[in-house]
Design a protein around this ligand. Structure first.
Ligand SMILES: Nc1ncnc2c1ncn2[C@@H]1O[C@H](COP(=O)(O)OP(=O)(O)O)[C@@H](O)[C@H]1O
Ligand SMILES: [Mg+2]
Length: 217
């Protein structure tokens, strides 16, 4: 059993100016099947270190919206502009290679960081000494997300961080650890979540509610 100390993280600043346009979506329509758009005529901006919760019913297109921001999905009409660097942690934290260690993932994702920086960053997220050498495939859900945050935020945090339902299936201690990491992050945040306590604890400044999916046409 792992005993989690109350996590208090300090992170390097992103330097994101309050007036910098981070993301611009202009009348965006997109989806997967022609004639059946999931996102319809959506316009939406993020300026400076806003912390935005994306909500909406299952199937309303929250994950699809994130795919448009990351460029995984292209708009059929309209424009998506992402003006800063970003990192995305999806529901499986697929950014991490499961077959290698947390440490090796960190070094791959942060090639500019030396071993001392790597170990210090992982220690801040409670992966100390041998804990940093665990293979990602052996981690619990909470550890996996914490490792993802450590790798993405620990060295040079990006101005925009995107998260898809990060607290699903996590226990209270793991959620607290994620909250502490996100509270220490000073960039813009786009997070899909319905977890009220979590959204309150990470200081959400704005909500984007997607309309329920209607019939095509
Ligand atoms: N890769 C995909 N291929 C085809 N349809 C998809 C794909 N991903 C999602 N969809 C469909 O798009 C709609 C929105 O899905 P999604 O963005 O995952 O919603 P949410 O994240 O809000 O639950 C759903 O009807 C879903 O079935
Ligand atoms: Mg989803």
């Amino acid at each position: 059993i792992e005993i989690l100390q109350p996590l208090s993280v300090s992170l390097p600043p992103t330097g994101l100016p309050t007036s910098k346009i981070v993301l611009k979506m202009d009348s965006v329509t997109s989806g997967y099947r022609p004639g059946n758009p999931v996102i319809r005529d959506l316009s939406f901006d993020v300026t400076g270190p806003e912390r935005i919760a994306v909500t909406g019913r299952n199937g309303s297109g929250k994950t699809t919206l994130l795919s448009l921001v990351t460029g995984e999905l292209m708009p059929w009409a309209g424009k998506v502009g992402v003006m800063t660097a970003f990192a995305m942690l999806d529901q499986k934290v697929s950014l991490l290679d499961p077959l290698t260690s947390i440490r090796d993932n960190f070094r791959r994702i942060n090639p500019q960081a030396d071993e001392n920086t790597c170990r210090a960053a992982l220690a801040r997220f409670m992966f100390r000494a041998d804990a940093a050498l665990q293979a990602v495939s052996t981690l619990s859900g909470g550890q996996l997300l914490r490792a993802g945050l450590a790798c993405v935020l620990g060295s040079v945090p990006p101005p925009l961080l995107i998260l898809d339902e990060p607290t699903n299936h996590l226990d209270i201690d793991s959620i607290s650890a994620v909250e502490a990491g996100l509270c220490a992050y000073d960039g813009a945040l786009l997070v899909v979540s319905h977890d009220k306590a979590f959204l309150e604890n990470i200081g959400i400044t704005r909500r984007l509610e997607l309309p329920a999916a209607g019939p095509a046409g």
